[in-house]
Design a protein around this ligand. Structure first.
Ligand code: BGC
Length: 438
């Protein structure tokens, strides 16, 4: 849901905060989470490492025209600063760190694998272990190599083999240290966006950007990013599904005991009466992925909001709701609803691989997290199997089309010096992680 607003905010740069909602800051229980529960923070390569110059997104950021509000540049400079970042994650109290490998760094040209970059990621994985952090590793977090996009990206029937070859190569050297492997990040996001109904001008702008990015590479079918119309995205679904399955097979061949899954964008879709439209959305946006994930070990749930449906369609946020920087409702219990649904519908254990709020005022974040965790605990008490909770994000970072305006971080990053300053929410969630409960 928020992506819509995210797209808008990149273009019209609005930030709206409403009055405090009674849903935030309600009474909460103190029952601990199960022993071994994973408490983490998440980042992704393109959003934090910086200078990801061989990637499709970098190419799109610099195309003319571009839909990106600003380029990623050096992001949070984590390509160099990762040891200090891991120290911070550990010192705050977490036991898990989710990050992504950048395919564009590992395979900057088709079939050419960089030993240096693989060694870089091996050092990060080892750095996690040295500090007692479980590395949850995403193999593809939206950004792909530029050459892959120039071949048609996820529209290319050869994409599953290309992706599986990279996953196999990465697993050979890195697999031994990974705690959980996430193949694809939110491959269902364009479907979610199509349910929100982005203005046609945005899709047109995106298509023009892809065309310009491709022209510079001599490609007529350059494809990347996630603001894709229904027509553009529908043919990709079976290709991405096959890519996930082949990648899982490649990973499992090398490390059969490594838990593998994919992560999905999941709104807490609530029917306020007739369920027909809500259920149609679920059938389109999630159910095909539950089928692709049928042999997986877990499903990564990434929740940021709820969507309420009546018999006619999606409803606007209720009057007086707190709004995030994308203009969507901040509704903490959406986490429990999303997890409950995914576990029931898929039968799989859930790892919350992302959950958070894009908001400038960190004072909203702390009660938001507490209430969301309470909803998670209640869903677990009702039978949802949940392996852990990973917050998005460690840092205020590069929020894709919207640039650096939205603030999802527990930690602020100075855009000039890259100095990290933990916000009160970082200490609050870190203390919960340390105590295994709130
Ligand atoms: C993505 C992240 C993004 C976050 C907040 C998720 O869709 O996986 O990359 O930053 O939402 O918008």
């Amino acid at each position: 849901m928020m992506i819509t607003r995210r797209a808008f905010s990149g273009l019209v740069a609005t930030a709206a905060l409403g009055a405090a909602s009674p849903a935030i800051g309600t009474a909460r229980s103190r029952t601990p989470f199960p022993k071994g529960f994973q408490w983490g923070v998440a980042t992704s390569g393109h959003q934090t490492e910086g200078d990801n110059t061989a990637s499709d997104i970098w190419w799109m950021e610099h195309a003319e025209p571009t839909l990106f509000a600003e380029p990623s540049g050096s992001a949070t400079a984590s390509f160099d600063l990762w040891p200090a970042d891991l120290d911070l994650v550990k010192s705050l109290g977490f036991n898990t760190y989710r990050f992504s490998l950048e395919w564009a760094r590992i395979e900057p040209e088709e079939g050419l694998f960089s030993q240096g970059m693989i060694a870089h990621y091996r050092r990060i994985i080892e750095g996690c272990h040295t500090r007692g952090l479980a590395p949850v590793v995403t193999f593809n977090h939206f950004s792909c190599p530029r050459w892959f996009a120039a071949l048609g990206g996820w529209t290319n029937p050869a994409a599953p083999d290309l992706f599986a070859r990279y996953c196999e190569r990465a697993t050979q050297d890195l697999g031994a240290g990974i705690s959980h492997a996430v193949t694809l990040n939110e491959p269902n996001l364009p479907t979610i966006l199509s349910w929100i109904g982005l203005p046609p001008a945005l899709y047109e702008g995106h298509a023009a950007m892809l065309k310009a990015a491709g022209a510079a590479l001599g490609s007529h079918n350059f494809s990347g990013g996630f603001m894709l119309s229904r027509d553009e995205h529908l043919p990709m679904i079976p290709i991405m599904g096959a890519a996930h399955r082949k990648a899982r097979e490649a990973i499992k061949n090398l490390r059969p005991d490594l838990p593998v899954g994919l992560s999905l964008a999941v709104s807490d879709d609530q029917a306020t009466g007739v369920t027909t439209i809500r259920d149609r959305k679920r059938a389109e946006a999630y159910e095909p992925w539950f089928a692709f994930a049928a042999d997986d070990d877990f499903i990564g749930v990434q929740n940021y909001d709820r969507t309420r449906f009546d018999a006619k369609g999606a409803l606007p946020p209720p009057a007086g709701a707190v709004l995030n920087q994308m203009g969507a409702e901040v509704h903490a219990p959406s986490l429990g609803g999303a997890v409950r649904y995914v576990h029931r519908a898929s039968g799989k254990p859930v790892l919350v691989t992302e959950h958070g709020v894009g908001i400038a005022d960190d004072a909203v974040r702390v009660p938001f997290i507490l209430d969301a965790l309470e909803s998670l605990r209640v869903a677990m008490a009702d039978g949802a199997e949940v392996l852990g909770y990973i917050h998005w994000s460690l840092f205020d970072n590069f929020e894709w089309y919207s640039g650096y305006t939205p603030r999802f971080g527990l930690v602020e990053v100075d855009r000039q010096t890259f100095k990290r300053t933990p916000k009160p929410s970082a200490f609050a969630l870190g203390a919960i992680a340390r105590n295994n409960g709130h």
